[in-house]
Each structure stands twice: as structure tokens, then as C-alpha cells.
Design a protein around this ligand. Structure first.
Ligand code: IMP
Ligand code: MG
Length: 338
């Protein structure tokens, strides 16, 4: 069974947490990462330890999963090696032969670009400059880098083979729907499309192979960098409400807005999810922190979940009530989805 996990807002909705939970519960043979590259930051908290990952799939917590990075993704080798050590995943993490390589010159170029840094609010991780070089067909790919030789594989081949054997596979997206180069708030976007279709293409999987698309949305909306944000709440007010967050990659304070149905409806249209995952419910409803069953949720929290389901017509099958992988309400069985 193939499950694709993508973000319905501007990134940072907690995909890392959802993918880490799914990896432990569904025991996938493969967790593959699509998306842009090290501009993404996914946070995984497992047995009290926090991992901030920019390259390695968040499913690393399931020790038997093969961890793959698709041909459409960008890798900055020094960061990749650092995360392989951090997660102790040597021997089960692989890149596609044709995964694009970010070099120091790409990072330096972006850091010097006031258009990217000031106007767009880029993470300046070299992703955009590397994408441009890829389009011009001058970017190096993984098979040209000798230090990467033992990490190379045919990612598309591995995933499709595993699906032929009816094994579970998770594809993890990065960034968020409205940071998509095509469908987002251009020009305040990242350097690639990051909707579900592109995430599949990044790892070499055709649309007919997909069984479930899980769209991850947070109980409020955040955005880092420049660009429009509907109903943005002033920083002071957000702070009072306990909604301030610090960005994983850049350390910037995230801008905040209330939960937004317009964004959700459009994200549903663009990604065709079969299920929704709702994260950080405990931030809106602190009394529900750490809960693991739907029936135990407060009346207010349940009303919020129902308001989403009634409006969108898609089940909220997974609810996150805390940063730990285990602080999760998994309703898939009770809803007849598995
Ligand atoms: P870039 O992709 O680093 O050039 O950044 C372009 C825009 O996308 C900036 O507003 C970044 O803050 C935002 N962005 C890129 N990656 C992420 C992410 O993983 N989470 C949230 N925002 C991101
Ligand atoms: Mg993030």
C-alpha cells in the first residue's frame, strides 16, 4: 500500500511527526523523501530525543525501513553525512543515482542575493540555485560524487518493486502546498512544485500506484519568510495565545494566522487527499495534550474536528496531541480506512 504525506499550508504543519508515527504503526518497507531539499526542516521527537532533519526521511525511527531520497530531491552532501551519523542509519539510507547535488557555490550565491534573502525570505540553502542549474543541465548528480558511491540506488525501481510485493511504502513530502512554485503564492514560494503529484514524481512513482494521500494541516496556520498570509495575527497577540514557533532551518519566528478553511479547501483541490491529519490540537486545547483516543478529547476539540470534516467531507483520520510520535490519535481503524 502506498501512502503519500503532504502539507496543506505553508510547511511546518508537522509532517515529520506524522510520518514518524506512521512508520512505527504501519511498518513500511520503504520511507522515501520527495520535495525540494535541505531548505526543509522536519522535527521528529522519539523517546524524548528531538531530531531536526533536513535530508533523511522522518521514517528513520522504524529501524527496518529502507530510507530513500528521490531523483527529484536535492542533497547537500556534508549535511547528508551529518544526518546519517545523527540517526545511525548508515546501511539503510540511499539516494537515487540522479539525485541533484548542492555545492557550496549554490549556497554562497543565494546568501548574496538580496532578492532571495530580503524579498522572498529564502532559507538560502542553495536549493533554488541548484534547481536552476538542474534545469540548465549543468548540475552534478549523486553518481558523480565518489563519497556517495555506497549510498546510491535506483529509488524508483526499489519503490515500485516493493509495491509489486504488496508492501507498505510511505512517500514524505516537504514544504507546503502554498509554497509550491506553480500553485503557491508566487513569487513568495520555493523553487519547485511540492503538491502530491510532484512529490510522487520526485521519487518516480506514477499516480495510479497511490492508495492514500494524507494532507497534513495544523490547528492554526504559520508561515516563515515573506508573502501573503490571510488574517495574520500580530506577533504580540500570537505570543499571548501561545502560538509562537521558531523555524527549524533558519531560527526565524514564524508568522501566525488562525486555522483557515479557504486554504484547506484549495489544498484539498490541489492534492486530492483521501484523509486529513490535524496537528498541534493540544496547542489550541491544552487540556487534550498527549491524548491517544478520540473519545477522550474535550467537547471543544471534537467540535473543531467535526467542523473540518463537515466542511471538507474528508475524514480527519490522524490527530496529533503532542510532539512525541506516540502522542497521536489514530482513527483509521474506527473509520474503516485500514
Ligand atoms: P527557499 O525554498 O529556501 O528559497 O525559500 C523560499 C520560501 O519558502 C521562503 O519563504 C522560505 O521561508 C519558505 N520555505 C522553504 N522551505 C520551507 C519549509 O520547509 N518550511 C517552511 N517554509 C519553507
Ligand atoms: Mg519545517
Amino acid at each position: 500500500m502506498l501512502t503519500v504525506v503532504v502539507d496543506g499550508f505553508f510547511g511546518d504543519t508537522g509532517k515529520g511527526k506524522i510520518v514518524s508515527y506512521l512508520s512505527i504503526s504501519d511498518k513500511p518497507s520503504i520511507v522515501a523523501r520527495g520535495g525540494v531539499g535541505p531548505n526543509a526542516g522536519h522535527t521528529v521527537v522519539y523517546y524524548g530525543k528531538e531530531y531536526k532533519l533536513r535530508q533523511i526521511p522522518s521514517g528513520f525511527v522504524h529501524k527496518k525501513s529502507l530510507l530513500l531520497i528521490g531523483a527529484g530531491v536535492l542533497v547537500y552532501p556534508p549535511l547528508f553525512f551529518k544526518e546519517v551519523r545523527l540517526t545511525s542509519t548508515d546501511g539503510r539510507v540511499f539516494l537515487d543515482y540522479q539525485t541533484g547535488i548542492i555545492e557550496d557555490k549554490h549556497i554562497e550565491e543565494e546568501r548574496k542575493s538580496s532578492h532571495l534573502v530580503r524579498r522572498i525570505g529564502s532559507t538560502a540553502s542553495g536549493s533554488g540555485a541548484a534547481m536552476r542549474d538542474r534545469v540548465m543541465r549543468v548540475l552534478k548528480v549523486a553518481k558523480e560524487i565518489s563519497e556517495l558511491s555506497k549510498y546510491l540506488t535506483d529509488v524508483s525501481g526499489k519503490i515500485n518493486e516493493s509495491l509489486d510485493k504488496n508492501e507498505n511504502v510511505i512517500i514524505e513530502g516537504t514544504q507546503g502546498t502554498f509554497l509550491s512554485l506553480y500553485h503557491g503564492t508566487y513569487p513568495y514560494v520555493t523553487s519547485k512544485d511540492v503538491t502530491a503529484s510532484s512529490i510522487c514524481a520526485d521519487v518516480g512513482v506514477g499516480p495510479k500506484r497511490v492508495d492514500e494521500v494524507i494532507l497534513v494541516v495544523k490547528s492554526y496556520v504559520t508561515r516563515v519568510g515573506e508573502g501573503p498570509l490571510e488574517d495574520e495575527i500580530p506577533m504580540e497577540e500570537a505570543k499571548k495565545k501561545g502560538l509562537l514557533e521558531i523555524a527549524t532551518v533558519t531560527g526565524r519566528i514564524r508568522r501566525v494566522a488562525p486555522f483557515n478553511f479557504n486554504y484547506l479547501e484549495r489544498a484539498v483541490m490541489l492534492n486530492s487527499p483521501t484523509q486529513l491529519a490535524l496537528t498541534k490540537l493540544d496547542i489550541l486545547f491544552p487540556q487534550d495534550k498527549g491524548k491517544t483516543s478520540y473519545s477522550a478529547l474535550s467537547k471543544e476539540a471534537k467540535e473543531f474536528v467535526e467542523s473540518i470534516e463537515n466542511r471538507i467531507g474528508i475524514p480527519v483520520s490522524i490527530i496529533s496531541t503532542g510532539p512525541e510520535s506516540k502522542s497521536t490519535i489514530d482513527r483509521r481503524r474506527e473509520l474503516g480506512l485500514i
